[in-house]
Design a protein around this ligand. Sequence first.
Ligand SMILES: NC(=O)c1ccc[n+]([C@@H]2O[C@H](COP(=O)([O-])OP(=O)(O)OC[C@H]3O[C@@H](n4cnc5c(N)ncnc54)[C@H](OP(=O)(O)O)[C@@H]3O)[C@@H](O)[C@H]2O)c1
Length: 198
Amino acid sequence: MVDRANLRPGQKVFIQAGSGGVGTIAIQLARHLGAKVATTTSAANAELVGRLGAQVAIDYRKDDFEKVIADYDVVLNSQDTATLEKSLRVLRKGGIAVSISGPPDPASAHEKAFNVVVGLLMRLLSRSIRAKAKAAGIRYGFLFMQSSGTQTAELAKLIEAGAIRPVINRVFPFERLNEAMEYIETGRAKGKVVVSVA
Ligand SMILES: NC(=O)c1ccc[n+]([C@@H]2O[C@H](COP(=O)([O-])OP(=O)(O)OC[C@H]3O[C@@H](n4cnc5c(N)ncnc54)[C@H](OP(=O)(O)O)[C@@H]3O)[C@@H](O)[C@H]2O)c1
């Protein structure tokens, strides 16, 4: 939202899966940046995403987000390709879709200095979505998370100031790492799943 979309106060951002590990932080960060936030969640987690700051909560099991929101500036996609394609239609012309769940694009291959073959593969994998975005006048970008001490320090300051509150769903000791992974794979985590190495 910061690096790729340059999210500004007053802009509208659609963050999918607001109750997940990424969504619970992303909603709060977007609100801190002064944006208006819409998100998808099941009814059971609607109260949680509202508390985190989402102004629009769409029950993805019941409602079609495409019929609820329109003319958004930014989409943060964390779902499948069908959802990503649908997300392009809720963006205004000139808006940007940033995906963290695929497909990776040539720019991200270049950024990560992947070799030519991997770069070509990414070009092919993302060809369809890039073409659809271009036809609609929308920018598309994939984001590989990368650790940044500067950004982590910024986030830590926001957490210490109470502007962002991490939502911790479960904590597993290191010996139960496999269980933690299995739990994440259920796709039902409500916030972050922590593995304690202490
Ligand atoms: N590119 C990168 O570097 C990067 C970094 C981090 C994560 N990711 C990817 O981003 C995705 C999200 O990660 P995460 O850690 O946030 O996942 P997560 O915590 O496992 O997400 C679980 C949440 O997703 C919600 N959910 C499940 N299906 C949904 C749907 N169809 N629509 C809306 N919400 C839905 C669930 O809500 P309910 O229980 O209410 O259904 C649950 O709260 C994953 O695919 C992950 O691999 C990529």
